[in-house]
Write a protein that binds this ligand. Structure first.
Ligand code: N01
Length: 555
């Protein structure tokens, strides 16, 4: 296949063609572009946002920062990049991560191949030409051999369906779609609906500004202190010196793409005081690695209860009002079965005189009035509303695109009962369409950048392999996909994760099929599986050479 030159200007000619169209210019899309271009492929990236950065472009709410430590939540593909970029804090704030994304775009000269403010509306596979026809929101249609969905897992903000919301007279903000200008809540009565990670990060910051903050909680969440702090240059240098080991561990040893100790025993192998001392030590260290104190916290309910009890006790110690403390103690899901939150002073914020917690499980929101939130028992007057109500995760952004594969089947039709992929990378019936960190891969259960780099490298190797052999199409075999989907499901059900009504399960979206979407087998094992598949000539995929009729994927 010959690559056509890059397009110039904003021509509406429909014959423009590329080797690869990439959808999204977040961390996945940017690295995909860099890597493919390095192999001589022509690439066009479409990004609906006004700049690069993906989730970090949209999630600008007060207090937004990454819950993976910044020295690890960063690209590893360029030694120069990881040596030259100075993260200022243990957990980078959103503006700094966005600056990093922009630095990467400039440093690797990615911008000429990225078209901003442009949504991909439709992608249709042409079975005669073995190519994708991609239509964008500016009315253009281009042709590409491959399409890569780098659409992000948490980029489709979900507006709650609450009566009267449209008639609210004050400002309404969604944490996942925050305005670009600085929002100052000084002197305002603010209502926050939702108590997931986004609320847990934003509530302490909003509480410092608002005259009064009312937090509407349906489900209490487990949160571990971040103990965020400035990074010294000595700390950064020490980390950088160990980067080869840290990156190797994250990729090849870890379950979640994070460098930390590997636990060697279960929670019940220790006596009460030893166990408590270990939890205390991890609480004092803070962060996501709290869940790796023991090796069975995600597997054994009795073990999990010991960690959950410890955190519930901490909440009771921090929150002065016993009734409020009780409400803030999660009690309907195992710790870690919903994404654990990392906070700065979240629980202590409820000791402030200007903060009220409202339990909307027992006292549900009935409607939004022009100036208030009305629950069954009471009205709460507010001037502004913050919806921290989450995302249509993992599939939401893909579902918005009208993707049509072989025989006119849409991806949405195929995924009616839940997403079906082979390795999270491809879906049978959709040749030459790759997904980065899609359902069926470790994705949101991991340090996303580790998983993104693994997928981008694998996809690049794959299309290079195809080019070298004059292979035109590649497609997941139906039986390989069925086996993988069953495996993903089976592994999930060996853990406690399916016990929570989480967005991992699609449970936060009414009507969404409830299946556990990410692959829980761990980053290292998954990488090895993908490498083995490639080493066996892309086992489980059908590849068709130029000028051969495309074989229907065998089952
Ligand atoms: O969203 P969530 P999030 N009425 O879905 C409630 C990542 N992230 O944006 O649990 C009332 O977790 C809902 O209640 P319930 C991270 O992976 C990362 O906070 O359904 N309430 C819940 O409390 C995270 O897990 C960072 O009962 C309603 C909340 O809204 C993921 O994004 C920072 C409601 C939604 O919580 C999502 O987090 C922030 C309704 N109609 C986020 N609908 C980092 O640090 C929903 N809720 C990288």
């Amino acid at each position: 296949m010959s690559a056509l030159p890059s397009i110039a200007g904003s021509s509406r000619v429909t014959t423009q063609s590329y080797d690869v169209v990439v959808v999204g210019a977040g961390f996945a899309g940017m690295y995909m572009l860099h890597k493919l271009r390095g192999q001589g492929f022509s690439v066009r990236v479409y990004e609906q946002g006004g700049d690069v950065g993906g989730t970090w472009y949209w999630n600008r709410y007060p207090g937004a920062r990454c819950d993976v430590e910044s020295m690890q939540y960063s690209y590893s593909f360029s030694e120069e990049l990881q040596q030259e970029w100075d993260w200022s804090e243990r957990y980078a704030p959103q503006p700094e991560i966005l600056r990093y994304a922009n630095h990467v775009a400039d440093r690797f000269k990615l911008r000429p191949d990225i078209q901003l403010d442009t949504r991909v509306d439709r992608a249709q596979f042409d079975e005669g030409a073995n190519s994708w026809s991609v239509t964008t929101s500016d009315g253009n249609t281009v042709v590409a051999r491959y399409i890569v969905l780098a659409t992000g897992c948490l980029s489709n903000a979900r507006m709650p369906d609450i009566k009267g919301l449209a008639d609210f007279k004050g400002k309404v903000y969604h944490t996942g779609h925050w305005p670009h200008e600085r929002i100052d809540f000084t002197g305002q009565r603010v209502g926050v609906i939702g108590t997931g990670s986004s609320a847990i990060q934003s509530v302490p910051v909003i509480a410092e500004q608002a005259s009064h903050l009312t937090v509407f909680q349906r489900t209490a969440n487990f949160s571990i202190p971040a103990w965020n702090a400035a990074l010294t240059s000595e700390e950064r240098e020490a980390f950088r010196a160990k980067y080869p080991d840290i990156r190797r561990f994250a990729r090849e040893v870890s379950r979640n793409g994070i460098y930390t100790e590997v636990p060697d025993k279960g929670a019940l192998d220790d006596g009460d005081s030893e166990r408590r001392a270990r939890y205390e030590a991890r609480w004092s260290r803070g962060g996501l690695t709290f869940m790796s104190v023991y090796n069975n916290l995600a597997l054994d309910k009795a073990a999990n209860d010991t960690a959950a009890d410890f955190v519930r006790e901490k909440i009771a110690e921090i929150v002065k009002d016993p009734g409020t403390a009780r409400l803030l103690q999660p009690n309907n899901h195992p710790i870690g079965s919903k994404r654990i939150c990392i906070d700065t002073d979240y629980f202590a914020t409820f000791n402030r005189p200007n903060v009220t917690l409202v339990d909307i499980k027992s006292n549900p929101i009935v409607e939004i009035l022009p100036n208030a939130v009305r629950t069954r028992d009471k009205e709460y007057e507010v001037d502004a509303l913050v919806l921290a109500t989450g995302f249509d995760a993992m599939t939401g952004s893909v579902a918005k695109i009208d993707i049509r594969g072989c025989n006119g089947q849409t991806l949405n039709q195929k995924w009616t009962e839940g997403p079906k992929t082979y390795l999270g990378l491809m879906s049978a019936g959709f040749p030459n369409l790759f997904i980065i960190t899609g359902p069926g891969s470790p994705s949101v259960l991991s340090n996303m950048i580790v998983s993104i780099e693994q997928h981008v490298d694998w996809i690049t190797d794959c299309v290079t392999y195809m080019r070298e052999r004059d292979i035109e199409t590649m497609e997941a075999k139906q039986d390989a996909e069925d086996t993988w989907v069953a495996h993903v499901n089976e592994v999930a059900h060996t853990t406690l994760y399916p016990q929570a009504n989480s967005w991992y399960m699609g449970a936060n979206i009414p009507g969404k099929p409830q299946i556990f979407m990410p692959y829980i087998g761990g980053v290292a094992l998954y990488r090895q599986t993908c490498n083995d598949v490639a080493a066996k000539g892309y086992e489980g995929f059908t590849m068709t050479a130029v000028e051969q009729p495309r074989k229907v994927a065998a089952s």
